[in-house]
Design a protein around this ligand. Structure first.
Ligand code: ADP
Ligand code: MG
Length: 690
């Protein structure tokens, strides 16, 4: 429990100082100026007073209960100080000091020593190399942190490993007009870690949204499990940095080569119900809205504008980001027509016209709020000099109190109407400068409403002979297993495959009929067709004989397989890769050469729900090719989804499989199924799982 960390009764600052340019001074100052409700105890060996407060020569001399010791002494002194804190019953030490494990072996030794002292006394360690914590709850008002942005209460809680980024998030939330609830920047996270803080924020009833900056993930399964739980009632917004750092690894499968760190993060976040943002600005804008507005029930936006162009911009941006333009009921339109000025437009986007006054805005907002077809309201407004904009601002603020749907306002103006903007903001309504920002924020909110729904989806299962598949795997050597074994594993899960058999002489195994395909089956041949390892259209025995001779000559000693030749169709790829510390991740895309050239693939973590499978298929850019168009038939999407779920089941059942590529599976028109014609399965080298 982190209660004593975020709701301390007293804070000692060990290394407090009267020097304005020191962290020890800043922390004391921050605690004082933000009216910390508990005791503040500066500790300094010689000074008797710091910033007007009585100072103590040692933590051992401090009288009151101390839940947090904020430590800024030099690194070599930290282990002893932690020991003293232990003796005093301090619950948490926030170590701002750097110079520990991040600085090499000597630092690591110091870190071990301080952790050892902490463990002996049951002291929890926050940091080292950390900026600190804050809690804006007026009952606590603790600013145990050395940064400079003043604390303003809000309902977004900030969690960032990096102090610099945490400050950036807080600073800009504040500039927009919002504040935060709790704030944690935990540096090295040797003891108190991201997941634990996430739990604490998740359990805080006043936190409505959690904004995170993640540099590295430690316990990924734990992170996912928590987020899935928390995201049911609080939105979680995240930025992950270091996107470009992951160098492409030398990999042997399609799935591996395309699954860069970045898409892995996407899959993890997707599975966890965490919304990923590309820029801090977008994340903060959305956080502002999440912290102040209700979650929309769906994607239908109602727009109220007093100028045509910006209204249309909103439409474009909303639709471009997956939102829909709400269709108003006849009743809504009649009320608008009756109450607005004659030159208004009463369809969506509503144009109340530039001469609209406060009452017109009030009426439009009320009408949209009452229309069940509208899920959220976006108001892009200009501030014409010929109307009383101040009154419009007041009206929006007043009406908003009774509105049950999210409202986002965009005010396109200059400093002369700063007070209008303030009036709206002070009613807890997010105001942005650009129509596009407002639209994107609403899109993020609608996305969260979707996430909430899908967190309830159960993993889909597929029937399979797990024991049979395990047996095949256990007999195979590590590395790429044979084609026939790989196909047998698919068959154990009732996956439709092209009949495949090993061939000794040019004899056709009984169940296979011409035409056939002859293929080389060797762990060393990654792309068979590139090296003459696939011979198609073999129609007769004599031709097969000749092909066998040729291929044996080309790949001396390699095994050959003969396979039923399937009719042409759309080719897709389904892949699976088990990521260390994460679990199995599935990939879907169009098969063949396109797959590597276009990188048009989707990733999801197993186990998939039915909804996941459907979304995986639909998010790729080439989806229109599968969905069918004027001269292309729609393919059997249900068969693809079923296959994805079977592969997900295999991934969950058989941890010995490290990687798997089904490339291609040939999909036929709707209702006509799918056939896997090529599969590669790589067996884990050691017995490690997950
Ligand atoms: P590789 O991927 O190792 O080059 P494949 O077995 O995937 O070899 O074969 C290459 C291509 O040949 C496939 O993408 C598919 O277009 C075609 N092909 C392979 N086997 C069959 C088959 N049994 N029926 C129809 N087409 C096939
Ligand atoms: Mg292939």
């Amino acid at each position: 429990m982190l209660d004593s960390l975020f709701r301390p009764r007293g804070v000692a600052v060990i290394g407090a100082s009267n020097n304005t340019f020191s962290i020890g001074n800043r922390v004391v100052k921050n605690l004082i100026t933000h009216n910390f409700k508990g005791g503040i105890y500066p500790v300094h060996p010689k000074e008797s007073e710091i910033l007007g407060l009585k100072a103590y020569p040692s933590i051992l001399d401090v009288p009151g209960p101390v839940d947090i010791a904020s430590i800024v002494v030099k690194s070599t002194m930290v282990p002893q100080v932690v020991e003293d804190c232990g003796k005093m019953g301090v619950k948490f030490v926030i170590i701002h000091t750097a110079g520990f494990s991040e600085m090499g072996p000597d630092g690591a030794k110091l870190q071990d020593a301080l952790m050892d002292a902490a463990r002996r006394y049951g002291v929890r360690v926050y940091g080292p190399n950390s900026q600190g914590v804050m809690n804006s709850d007026p009952d606590v008002s603790v600013y145990a942190n050395f940064t400079f942005t003043p604390m303003r209460p809000g309902r977004a809680s900030i969690l960032a490993q990096s102090g610099g980024v945490a400050e950036l998030l807080n600073l800009n939330l504040r500039k927009m007009g919002s504040g935060f609830r709790m704030y944690a920047s935990h540096g090295n996270a040797t003891d108190v870690n991201t997941n634990e803080i996430l739990d604490y924020f998740g359990n805080d009833p006043e936190t409505r949204t959690i904004i995170m900056h993640i540099e590295s993930m430690k316990d990924t399964p734990g992170f996912i499990e928590r987020c899935r739980r928390i995201a049911r009632d609080k939105s979680i917004l995240a930025i992950r940095t270091g996107r470009t750092a992951a160098a492409a690894k030398a990999v042997s499968s399609h799935t591996g080569s395309m699954m860069q760190q970045d898409s892995l993060t996407d899959s993890i976040f997707e599975h966890a119900g965490v919304m990923r943002f590309g820029t801090t600005e977008e994340m903060i804008s959305a956080a502002y809205a999440f912290a102040t507005q209700p979650v929309p029930a769906g994607p239908n936006v109602g727009i109220i504008a007093n100028a045509g162009g910006p209204g249309i911009m909103c439409v474009d941006e909303c639709v471009g980001h997956g939102l829909s333009l709400a269709k108003f009921s006849e009743e809504t339109k009649a009320k608008l027509r009756a109450g607005l000025i004659p030159e208004s437009y009463v369809e969506n986007p509503v144009d109340v016209a530039a001469t609209a006054n406060a009452d017109h805005f009030g009426l439009a907002i009320t009408c949209l709020n009452e229309d069940p077809g509208v899920d959220s309201i976006l108001i892009p407004m200009v501030t014409p000099f010929f109307v009383d904009c101040e009154a419009i601002g007041r009206k929006i603020a007043e009406v908003a109190k009774t509105v049950t749907k999210p409202i986002i306002v965009v005010v396109m103006t200059n400093e002369n109407w700063a007070s209008t903007v303030e009036t709206i903001k002070s009613a807890g309504i997010p105001v942005f400068d650009f129509p596009e920002t407002g639209a994107r924020v609403l899109a993020a909110m609608a996305r969260y409403s979707e996430i909430r729904k899908r967190l309830d989806e159960a993993p889909a299962g597929a029937a399979g002979d797990k024991a049979g598949a395990q047996e095949i795997l256990s007999k195979a050597p590590a590395g790429f297993i044979s084609q026939t074994d790989a196909f047998d594993i698919l068959a154990a899960y009732k996956i439709p495959i092209a009949r495949t058999s090993q061939i000794a002489a040019a004899e056709l195994p009984s169940k296979i009929k011409f035409p056939v395909v002859l293929k080389v089956d060797s762990a060393d041949v990654v792309h068979k067709s590139d090296t003459g390892g696939v011979k198609m259209d073999i129609a007769r025995k004599a031709a097969l004989q000749k092909a066998v001779e040729e291929m044996s000559g080309r790949f001396p000693g390699a095994k050959l397989v003969v396979q039923e030749q399937c009719p042409k169709g759309a080719e897709i790829i389904i892949g699976m890769k088990r990521e260390k510390g994460v679990g199995p991740v599935l990939m879907f895309g169009m098969g063949g050469v396109q797959v590597e050239a276009m990188k048009d693939v989707s990733f999801r973590m197993a186990p998939l729900s039915e909804g996941d499978a459907a979304r995986m298929v639909r998010v790729i850019r080439s989806f229109p090719l599968l969905k069918g168009s004027r001269n292309l038939p729609a393919v059997d999407l249900a068969a693809i989804e079923k296959l994805l779920i079977s592969v997900s089941q295999i991934a969950m059942d058989l941890p010995e499989i490290a990687e798997m590529d089904l490339n291609p599976a040939i999909v036929y028109p709707e209702g006509q199924g799918i056939k896997v014609v090529d599969v590669r399965i790589k067996k884990q080298a050691t017995n490690s799982t997950k």
